[in-house]
Design a binder for this molecule. Structure first.
Ligand code: SF4
Length: 474
């Protein structure tokens, strides 16, 4: 009888939601090494029974979407800051297994000092450092680990070590510090190397589980898109070109010598902390809003369109006005790491109560500024939610009959005012009138916070009024 012996490790989600279509596909390019590394980590999570304890800290870079794949705790952080955030997570949750997943730009360039300090402190973290010798997500720029002579978009004549210096060898560099316990460099260029990487990943995780301190595995990995190498030949390219500069092996191993120790969880009471800082909780200000309908109270809002349409600024306008009126507010921008055809969107929450999560999966309000955004996100609205869309650009009305739709010819109205780039502000003005949750006065007052060019404030204030008048009685 046939027996199924291979299945998706429990460290992965059953379905990957990042890309539409095939729920088994990742967003990585063909031949990319991240997929292999993810698989090795996911298997280790299952075998070491870490799923309920692990917090993955994902970076900025191609692996920014780690949280779409690992069925663990996840947090995505600012560029290079993974070790700092991971430190806080580990100290607040000593029982958690905290893992930083970082690329070479993230770890060795902008985050160089973060990793140095965390390693030197001997933080009880595990770092998986994916070294593909190039900035992949942003289009193939020179990384600290790019090879001598390597052509990148910022070194079109090749890396000249007299100009850019030699590649940084992070596994050797960090091994010189007192703090780390276990550091090894591995690769993915053949089965033996992959098998060694599998072992090293487990060693690093066990190091943390046993309370022995900081561990890191530097993994030489392929970026055929950045290297401009046929994915079918990435393994040979990696071995031939990266192998000579980055010797494999353990650069530091004190696992046997270091006594296990575990940090106590520190309980901090809010009142005690405030008293120690000589602070008092400010009385929240709450300005009156002219809420027309309770349906619009406490909205979670998604604004979506193309980069350049002012999506993030429109969200910031709403969030700033919300704060001005004394609401709890959050604003989270999001733009894809894809090298082409990226969308821009942001989440805004305005709430009379503290906000549990600032991400918005099923919004109460969607402002769609282009057709792909409407088609992609309208399905996420819950029944009765409000959909506002720029009907100058989106000429196909939404299909759903169980939501409230408001067509705002925002781009046309902005053109009538002399600048199509104010379509975002017109949409915000229309939202104010429709919902009544925020006042026009609060919005006008906070407009300068969201607009970088101060000479545009007056015109945008006018655009707000135009959008407001349009939606006032609709
Ligand atoms: S650009 Fe490079 S690292 Fe990024 S997904 Fe593509 S192959 Fe992988």
């Amino acid at each position: 009888m046939a027996k199924k012996i291979l299945e998706r490790p429990k460290g992965f989600y059953a379905e990957f939601e990042r890309k539409p279509g095939d729920k088994g596909a990742t967003h990585y390019c063909p031949g990319c090494g991240h997929g292999n590394i993810h698989k090795l980590i996911a298997e280790a999570i299952e075998d070491l029974e870490l799923q309920d304890r692990m917090i993955m800290v994902s970076p900025v870079g191609c692996s920014v979407f780690v949280y779409y794949y690992f069925a663990t705790g996840n947090i995505q952080v600012a560029h290079g800051r993974a070790p700092a955030v991971a430190t806080a997570l580990k100290r607040a949750n000593p029982h958690a297994i905290v893992v930083c997943y970082q690329g070479d730009g993230d770890l060795a360039a902008i985050g160089g000092n973060e990793i140095l300090q965390a390693a030197n402190r001997g933080e009880h973290l595990t770092v998986f450092f994916v070294n593909n010798a190039i900035y992949g997500m942003t289009g193939g720029q020179l990384a600290p680990t790019s090879l001598p002579g390597m052509k990148t978009t910022t070194t079109p004549y090749g890396r000249d070590i007299h100009n850019e210096g030699p590649p940084m060898k992070m596994a050797e560099f960090l091994a010189n510090l007192e703090g780390p316990t276990y550091i090894e460099r591995t690769a993915l260029w053949d089965n033996k190397a992959i098998s060694n990487t599998r072992r090293a990943i487990r060693n690093a995780l066990r190091c943390q589980m046993e309370g022995r301190g900081f561990s890191m595995v530097e993994i030489l990995s392929a970026c055929p898109s950045g290297w401009k190498v046929d994915p079918a030949h990435q393994s040979e390219w990696m071995k031939e070109n990266m192998g000579p500069f980055f010797p494999l092996g353990i650069t530091k191993d004190l696992r046997e010598q270091r006594e296990p120790w575990f940090r106590e969880k520190i309980a901090v009471e809010d009142e005690a902390l405030l008293a120690a800082l000589d602070l008092a909780l400010a009385e929240p200000k709450r300005l009156p809003s002219a809420l027309r309908d309770p349906r619009y109270a406490n909205p979670s809002i998604k604004l979506a369109g193309f980069g350049g349409q002012g999506i993030l600024s429109a969200g910031a306008m709403i969030a700033n006005a919300g704060m001005e009126q004394g609401f709890h507010t959050s604003w989270i921008p999001s733009y894809g790491p894809e090298m082409r055809g990226g969308t821009a969107y942001c989440f805004v929450c305005i709430n009379a109560e503290p906000i549990g999560s600032p991400t918005v999966t099923h919004p109460d309000v969607l402002m769609a500024f282009n057709r792909p955004s409407l088609e992609k996100f309208a399905a996420d609205l819950h029944p009765g939610a409000l959909l506002m869309y720029d009907s100058t650009i989106i000429d196909v009305p939404p299909k759903r009959g169980d939501i409230e739709a408001l067509a705002v010819p925002a781009t046309q109205m902005a053109e009538d005012l002399g600048n199509t780039r104010m379509a975002n502000t017109i949409m915000v003005g229309a939202y104010l009138a429709k919902s009544g949750i925020l006042s026009l006065a609060a919005m006008e007052q906070t407009l300068p916070l969201a607009l970088k060019r101060k000479n545009l404030i007056e015109a945008n204030a006018k655009a707000l009024g135009v959008g407001f008048a349009f939606a006032k009685d609709r």
